[in-house]
Design a protein around this ligand. Sequence first.
Ligand code: SAH
Length: 375
Amino acid sequence: MSKPKPVAGERQSALGSIVAEMIRADGPMPVDRYMALALGHERHGYYMGRDPFGRAGDFITAPEVSQMFGELIGIWCAAGWQMMDAPAQWNLIELGPGRGTLLADLVRACSVMPGLREGMNVHLVEMSPALKTMQSETLKCAGIEATWHDRLEDVPEAQSLIIANEFFDALPVSQLQKQAGAWHERVIGLGDGDRLAFGVASDPVAPALVPPWAANAADGDVVEFSPARDAVAREIGRRVTRDMGAALIVDYGHMRSAVGDTLQAIRKHQFADVLAQPGEADITSHVDFEALKEAVTADGAKFYGPVMQGDFLIRMGLKEREEMLRARADARQRIRLSKGAQRLVSGNQMGQLFKVLAVTHPDMPKPAPFNVEPA
Ligand code: SAH
């Protein structure tokens, strides 16, 4: 799919009108502020009042494709708990838990490890009131108690396993664009007919803001960076280093920092115009794993990966898990299982698009499956 052209005459969303009003009052808006509003505006933010997942929604995530995704992450957590020396009390933290599906599957799978479940304290970091309600329903059905927080910083300190699937891509990015040899912040202003339109701030930014790897960029090039992602990554690194813990991060993005505008909007399973209907489409950008690594290792944590999601799941035992589930499934369930497995690992679907990385306390051994070479 390529990025679409704006559709003329499409109605403005409620949030689009609010953003236009803000621009009229205060001038053009930086990209990170726009993204934060589009996703998290108190009343009209995309995540704040809806369930975006699944066939009837706008996009589907790995835990919604198959229970095996959460279960295999549960097995990873059981091994992680042992590597932390099986603490009597510990935190299982999930960032951006969506419908709560991953967590329910994960906890069911890791609870087979004797002693793990008794001292497990589940903490969820979630900004959306609608999704918090949904998560609490999912967890209630699964018999899991949890505490909700707005920010990772608010979670009590303890030995922790931290999980984040498709969380970082939703955190706001800033963009700079090179013009006539100088870097300017990319902003959203009002164009023809008062429609939202990209532009650049008139003054160049301070040279210290330009990432060093962008030195050779050409005029017109865009670079992205994300103080919001860096702050969460630093906090993950600080926590796993202070109290002996580990984190598993799954997202799509690039291994090396590089020039490019990766902001995208998805609506009803199709790419949409990023500016056309803020609040009505999911807006994300690719995660820069090199920047993430730098932030997450700042306090000395060890970093592993990224490995492709497909390789990660296969090395964690996807095939074996599928066989086990097939043995007690009916014909329809078997079809669902094999379609789900296929979708999670196949190269042209989620298997290569998504990457998995792990972060651990510096004294912990290298976690599976990062310690195994691909077959
Ligand atoms: N992990 C889930 C959902 C991914 S969508 C899954 O795999 O299905 C992103 C999730 O992060 C949603 O739950 C969204 O509400 C939450 N989220 C996005 N930005 C956030 C922020 N700044 N603070 C807390 N939660 C956020």
